[in-house]
Design a protein around this ligand. Sequence first.
Ligand SMILES: [Zn+2]
Length: 370
Amino acid sequence: MWGLTKLAAMLATGISFLGPNQQTILEACRINLHAHFEALIPPVTITRMAKKNNITLPEDMWKFQQTFFYPSFEHFADAYFKMILPIQNAQDYYDGALAALKRFKEIGTCYSEIKFCPDCVVKGVDWQDAYAEIKRAIEESEVEGAFYTRLILTFVRGLTNETNAVSYVDWIVEQHQKGDKLIVGIDVSGNEAQFPDLSPYVAAYAAASKASLNKTVHAGELQGAEAVDHAIRLLNPDRIGHGVSAINSPETLEKLRENNIPLEVNVQSNVCLAAQNITSYVAHPLPQLLQANITVVLGSDDDTLFGSSILEEERRIIDNFALTQKDIWGIYNTSITHSFAPEELKTRLYQMWKQAYGQGCQRSKFRTQK
Ligand SMILES: [Zn+2]
């Protein structure tokens, strides 16, 4: 029998679980399409890792957790680099991934695309070993019909050079040929304000297109709408990470609609970094983007650094905008369509979505609309 406490916790989070007859029952099917690996490792795992590896954490290590607000991207980068200090060996990548995925599972995530950055792998660890360990954790965490994860390989502005970017694409293609299709696409992340030029990645994106790899790119997070135009023109992306500054340009919005490019929106992240001077939830242009018929998918970006999660994003959106639970379910459905999952997995995800929300959608007619 299911205990009442467990039932209450399950209803609160929409957790997915295996029922008494071992049939998978989904209470939720959240889709997270924008999250960075290292920043998903829970603080308790980081602290445990530091102890195991005899690393003394800086005294102000968790100071950011008081407000989760970063006056500049550099402050954010500083917190990020402190956070990864305890990571010392390949096994740590496995432990970190396992803990992050456990958390994703607990909050009813049924599919996520996590960004893996070879150039962020700590010194002394081969990035391919780190990848192998993350892959092991993902495979062990997968629950048929309930929980799936895929990776997006991300280049970093100012860190990943043109030659390396091309070699990473070649490597992904090679893995696909060997039957390892865990990496479903590529991305560019990092400090957009400091390194606005995306031309170092043109060759890699062209190679990715040729190999039918999916492509997203962070743009229009810290820079204006022209950065979104620049990304579309140079890299021909399937999605854009953030892209919130597009709201300031009718021409850019038109380009997004014309090319059917969704924006990966991360509300909490934008508020924490005051991206585009967004300093509160209500100031976020998400409702205006939807009103302008821009396709939106959701992400949590850097859970530990922003105090975010896909569940929190969902709650904040419902609490702060005139959007209902049913609207969020609709966004998750769109997210499946625009995910980089292979077709057979997409079919399964639609079934899972229907299982979680099919009846709920009918029930939601009786909800009070905001
Ligand atoms: Zn991001």
